[in-house]
Design a binder for this molecule. Structure first.
Ligand SMILES: [Cu+2]
Length: 465
C-alpha cells in the first residue's frame, strides 16, 4: 500500500517537486492527527476487528438505550437467544391507509410500512427473513458494516429468497448510527411498493442524551385516483407523499415538552425524489447521516435539511418555544395529495358561464383554480381518493397535506399523546389577526396607499374592472 513514506522512498514525489514537512514525512497519514481524521484508519481497523470479535451482551430498551418513537409505524420485536438478538421479518402484502379515504395494497414487513429495527452497538443480531410475496426478495443492510455474504444483494452476494422461503442474516453491529434496510431484488418494484425502513444502532456509550428521539422514513407513491395499487413504473409524477406511510392529516404529531432536547432522524428510500424537510421556528443542528456522527465542529445550523434518496439525516434542537410548529417537505407539490397535475393554468382566467355549459355534459363538473387553490373545493372525487389537502385546523382550513406533520411543544406535559391544538394556550397578543384601523392610522399605514401595478399584456392595470 502506498503511503507518504513509500511515495518518498520511491522518489516519485521528489521528482514531481513535492515538498513535505519533516514531521509528516516521518509518519504514515493515520499516525498524524490530521491524517487520522482524514483517513479514519484506526476506526476502520477497529470496525474490521469487531466484525469477528466476541459480541457484547445484547442491549435492552430503557436500560441500555432510550427507544426511538416512530410515529404511525412500529419497532420490530426481538428475542434474546444464547446472547444473540433475534428478529423475524416477514415480507408481505397488506393494506395501508395513507390518509382518510385512501387505502392501497402495499408491500412491507410484518404488516407495517417502514418498521424500525433497533439495536445496540457491539451486539450480535440474527435476522430471519420470511418471504410471503409473490416474487423473490432479499434484504440489504444500508450503511451497515457486515461480512460480504450478509450484504443482501441478490445475484452478487446471495441467491434470492423465493416465495415461501426463510433466510437467515447474522452479524455483529460494529458501528452505531442511523442506518436503513431495504429490498435489493427487483428494487424498482419492491422499493416503490414500500419495502424500506430504518435500522437504528444505538451507541454503547452515548456522548450525550436527548429527551425525545423520533424516526421518520419519507416515501413517495403514484396511486391513480380510484385505484388500489401504487404504480412502480412511475418515474416522475408521484402524487402521494408520506412520513412513515401516512399523509397529513394522518401523520401523528411529534409531541415534546418545552425545554426538551429533541432528535429527529429522517430517512429517504423513496424511488426518485430528494426531500428538503423544513421545521418552522427552530434552527436545528444537522448532527449525523447514515455515514455516522458528524464531529461537533461540523454541525451545521439549518432550518431545512435536504434528505437525498438513499440517505439519512439526523437533526437536533432544544424545543424552547411552545406551539404547533409545522415540519414538512418544502417542495410544494409534495404537500398535496393526489392532485391532478394535467390541467391548463387557470390562474387569472374569468370562466364566465363555462361551468354551467360543462355541467350540461358532465353533471358534476367544477371549474378549478382561477383564484388559486387555497380554499377547500369540496370537489366530488372518485372512490378511494384522499382529499388533496389537510382539512380542518383551529383557525380554518389547512392547505397542506402529504409530507407534513406538526411538532407540538407544550409546557409541563407528562404524556406524549396528541395534545390537541395550541390555540387555547396562545398568550394574548401573540396571534396574528385583523389589524385595528385606529392603530393602522397611528402607525401611518393606509390600505388605499398601494404602489401602482406594472402594466403587462393582460394585467388588471390595462383591463379596467
Ligand atoms: Cu419532498
Amino acid at each position: 500500500m502506498m503511503n507518504r513514506r513509500t511515495i518518498l522512498a520511491s522518489g516519485a514525489a521528489l521528482a514531481a517537486g513535492a515538498v513535505l514537512p519533516k514531521a509528516a514525512s516521518a509518519a504514515t497519514p493515520a499516525e498524524t492527527p490530521a491524517g487520522a481524521a482524514y483517513s479514519n484508519r484506526r476506526q476502520s481497523e477497529a470496525r474490521a476487528r469487531a466484525l469477528t470479535a466476541k459480541p457484547l451482551a445484547p442491549g435492552l430498551p430503557n436500560r441500555d438505550y432510550m427507544p426511538v418513537v416512530a410515529p404511525n409505524t412500529g419497532t420490530l420485536p426481538f428475542q434474546i437467544v444464547d446472547g444473540v438478538k433475534v428478529f423475524h421479518m416477514v415480507a408481505m402484502e397488506f393494506w395501508n391507509e395513507f390518509a382518510p379515504g385512501l387505502k392501497a395494497l402495499v408491500w412491507g414487513y410484518n404488516g407495517m410500512l417502514h418498521p424500525v429495527l433497533e439495536a445496540v452497538e457491539g451486539e450480535r443480531v440474527r435476522i430471519y427473513v420470511t418471504n410471503r410475496l409473490p416474487e423473490p426478495t432479499t434484504v440489504h443492510w444500508h450503511g451497515l458494516y457486515v461480512d460480504n455474504g450478509m450484504d443482501g444483494l441478490s445475484g452478487v452476494t446471495q441467491t434470492p429468497i423465493k416465495p415461501g422461503e426463510t433466510y437467515k442474516y447474522e452479524f455483529n453491529l460494529v458501528e452505531p448510527g442511523t442506518k436503513m434496510y431495504h429490498s435489493h431484488y427487483d428494487e424498482m418494484t419492491q422499493i416503490a411498493l414500500g419495502m424500506t425502513g430504518m435500522f437504528i444502532i444505538h451507541p454503547r456509550t452515548p456522548r450525550y442524551r436527548v429527551d425525545r428521539d423520533f424516526a421518520i422514513m419519507l416515501h413517495e407513491w403514484d396511486i391513480v385516483p380510484g385505484t388500489y395499487r401504487p404504480n412502480p413504473l412511475q418515474m416522475t409524477d408521484f402524487n402521494v407523499f408520506t412520513m412513515n406511510g401516512k399523509s397529513f392529516p394522518s401523520t401523528h404529531p411529534l409531541v415534546a415538552r418545552t425545554g426538551q432536547r429533541v432528535r429527529i432522524r429522517l430517512g429517504n428510500l423513496g424511488p426518485m425524489d430528494h426531500h428538503p424537510i423544513h421545521l418552522h421556528n427552530y434552527s436545528f443542528q444537522v448532527v449525523a447521516s447514515d455515514g455516522g456522527d458528524y464531529p461537533p465542529s461540523a454541525w451545521q445550523p439549518e432550518t431545512t435539511v435536504l434528505v437525498p434518496v438513499g440517505s439519512t439525516r439526523v437533526v437536533e434542537f432544544d424545543a424552547t418555544n411552545p406551539g404547533d410548529w409545522a415540519m414538512h417537505c418544502h417542495m410544494t407539490h409534495h404537500t398535496m395529495t393526489q392532485m391532478g397535475h394535467h390541467f391548463g393554468n387557470m390562474i387569472g382566467v374569468k370562466p364566465g358561464n363555462l361551468g354551467e355549459k360543462m355541467r350540461q355534459l358532465l353533471p358534476r363538473y367544477m371549474t378549478m383554480g382561477e383564484d388559486g387553490m387555497g380554499t377547500p373545493m369540496n370537489m366530488p372525487t372518485l372512490p378511494n381518493t384522499a382529499a388533496m389537502e389537510g382539512g380542518k385546523g383551529p383557525y380554518g382550513f389547512i392547505n397542506m397535506g402529504g409530507m407534513f406533520t406538526i411538532l407540538k411543544v407544550r409546557d409541563g406535559i407528562t404524556s406524549y399523546e396528541d395534545v390537541g391544538w395550541y390555540k387555547p394556550l396562545a398568550p394574548p397578543g401573540t396571534v396574528s389577526q385583523l389589524a385595528v384601523p385606529a392603530q393602522m392610522k397611528h402607525d401611518g399605514v393606509n390600505p388605499q396607499n398601494i404602489p401602482p401595478p406594472i402594466p403587462g399584456p393582460s394585467s388588471p392595470a390595462t383591463t379596467p374592472m
